[in-house]
Design a protein around this ligand. Structure first.
Ligand code: HEC
Ligand code: HEC
Length: 197
């Protein structure tokens, strides 16, 4: 048994090892699918953590705090997700988190420029059921035109990794980043199965 699965693994590696992406991969086994669904639950918990949801709200107002209250100062998504003229996100949100010595309630920041998804593709995570969220995040028509490879690359995006370094007074995403990425990869390798589908 061990020997034949080793041979199979070597054959698979020989056939598929050079191909980027998993499009040639064999259909996942039921056990892989189960593992993929369990891994998606870890991914889902991160997507729907306040550090992530606050930029992925259902309406046009970004959210604040662990309770997801509407953003102060009547801030709005605006025509491109960068805010309204004169009240762009980067008016207040700088290129880094302010130093801890500035205290709490200061606007966090990232070098690429703080913003939320655009109105025509709002990428809503708040209040979306697990199966629907799963289908949505892997749908290029709703995720900014990303295939699984581009989505994996997005896990390194500064707006996302900020969730593990959110600045003074904010709770970081509790799932360790490496665990989140490993769960994502388990889910993707299993063919990105969605709960209830
Ligand atoms: C400052 C706002 C902001 C924060 C905070 C943020 N995001 Fe996003 N997110 C965006 C924007 C803007 C896009 C669209 C970017 C693009 O298309 O490249 C996006 C896109 C995404 C996408 C790809 C689109 C999709 O629906 O599949 C995923 C996945 C994602 N974010 C996950 C997260 C996770 C996980 C966190 C928390 C760890 C997070 N985001 C925190 C702004 C944010
Ligand atoms: C007038 C200044 C100002 C503008 C403009 C502004 N923000 Fe903020 N934002 C803040 C401040 C201050 C905080 C910190 C509030 C706190 O910690 O109590 C904040 C916090 C946030 C948070 C909360 C992070 C968290 O998880 O608690 C998000 C998300 C956010 N802003 C998104 C945006 C987006 C998206 C835009 C543009 C559409 C924007 N902001 C425009 C001042 C601003």
């Amino acid at each position: 048994m061990i020997r034949s699965s080793l041979v199979l693994a070597l054959l698979l590696a020989a056939c598929g090892g050079q191909t980027p992406g998993a499009s040639q991969a064999p259909a996942p086994s039921p056990a892989d699918r189960e593992a993929g669904l369990a891994a998606f639950e870890t991914v889902r918990g991160v997507l729907q953590h306040p550090r992530c949801q606050n930029c992925h709200p259902a309406g046009d107002v970004p959210l604040q705090g662990d309770e997801g209250r509407p953003h102060n100062q009547l801030v709005l998504r605006g025509p491109t997700g960068h805010g309204m003229a004169g009240a762009e996100c980067t008016t207040c949100h700088g290129p880094t988190n302010p130093p801890n010595s500035f205290g709490m309630h200061v606007p966090p920041g990232v070098a690429k420029g703080w913003h939320m998804p655009p109105p025509e593709m709002p990428m809503v995570f708040v209040g979306v059921a697990p199966g629907a969220l799963c289908e949505q995040i892997k749908d290029p028509a709703r995720n900014g035109g990303k295939d699984m490879k581009a989505l994996r690359a997005h896990l390194e995006d500064p707006l996302l990794t900020w969730g593990w370094n959110p600045g003074a007074g904010r709770t970081p995403v509790p799932t360790p980043y490496a665990e989140f990425v490993a769960a994502w990869e388990t889910w993707a390798r299993a063919g990105a199965p969605c709960p209830g589908g």
